[in-house]
Design a binder for this molecule. Structure first.
Ligand code: 13P
Length: 279
């Protein structure tokens, strides 16, 4: 068990009719909490970090730590760059040894998105890495309370996109959004079903925070093989830290605090893995 390409985990999820959880991390406590949950449940996961998080959590520090955690884990783990926005960042992640990368060209015109993703697929193949890309617009922004407008993926565009880019996994927009939903989203399962019927690559659901277990199950039945969870873990860490500090009467202890942060993330990741493993 160790660091693996994301493709291996997607194939395994397909075979088992489940989805692999992709958990965003921003510090060591998050990495440790997520890996502990995966090991305890004997379930492979993806550790990921998004390009927008790099000002807080630099790639040259987070990357080697994520990779070391994967290599030392007792379960298979893929290490993934989430929402790569610039080809240079994708290149850096591949050079560090990330086993998969997402290039997010969803804001680009379709032809330009296709052209750029095709180049990323070519580059990643030199490293044996898996590539995810997004089509349509997933709304919001994890933890930052931005607008939740989403633009659904067009199934016909999805066919062209997958054929022309050779991408390994496709992130879809079906009414999902990053961050805490202001109200329960109405996911477009009809659109998801049409995309699933039209393309043969595994589908990815972003914006997992706040989706109900029933909605996750339905998405998995309709071809979703990777589910991203970020905000729920960041919030779980912050909440656990606050709860700990509130009990300490102004004299918190760093080492206890660090343990509480990891525990908060562990509990959130464990809860999600259990849902994704349900048959
Ligand atoms: P949430 O922040 O809504 O969990 O979304 C995570 C995500 O999709 C990261 O790409």
């Amino acid at each position: 068990m160790s660091l693996v390409a994301m493709q291996e985990l997607l194939d395994d999820a397909e075979q088992k009719g489940r989805a692999v959880g992709a958990f965003s991390v921003g510090n060591m406590e998050m990495v440790m909490g997520a890996v502990r949950a995966a090991e305890e449940l004997r379930t492979p996961i993806i550790l990921q970090i998004a390009e927008v998080r790099l000002p807080n959590s630099p790639l040259h520090l987070m990357g080697p730590m994520m990779l070391a955690a994967a290599k030392n884990a007792s379960v298979d783990i893929a290490v993934h760059l989430d929402h790569g926005l610039r080809p240079e960042t994708v290149h850096k992640a591949l050079e560090l040894g990330f086993t998969s990368v997402m290039f997010d060209g969803s804001q680009l015109p379709l032809d330009e998105n296709i052209r750029t993703v095709k180049n990323v697929v070519q580059l990643a193949s030199d490293y044996g890495a898996t590539v995810e890309a997004e089509l349509g617009v997933v709304g919001g922004n994890e933890g930052e309370g931005k607008a939740h407008e989403a633009l659904c993926t067009d199934p016909a565009d999805a066919v062209r996109f997958c054929d022309e880019t050779g991408v390994d996994a496709l992130a879809v927009a079906i009414g999902n959004a990053h961050g805490n939903y202001p109200r329960l989203p109405e996911l477009r399962f009809d659109v998801l079903e049409a995309i699933h019927k039209a393309v043969c690559v595994p589908l990815v659901l972003h914006g997992g925070t706040g989706i109900t277990p029933e909605m996750f199950r339905k998405c998995i039945q309709l071809g979703v093989r990777k589910i991203n969870i970020a905000t729920a873990s960041f919030d779980a860490l912050a909440k656990a830290a606050k709860a700990y500090c509130d009990t300490k009467d102004g004299a918190p202890n760093y080492f206890e605090l660090s343990g509480c942060e990891a525990q908060g993330v562990y509990e959130n990741v464990k809860r999600h893995i259990e849902i994704f493993n349900m048959q």
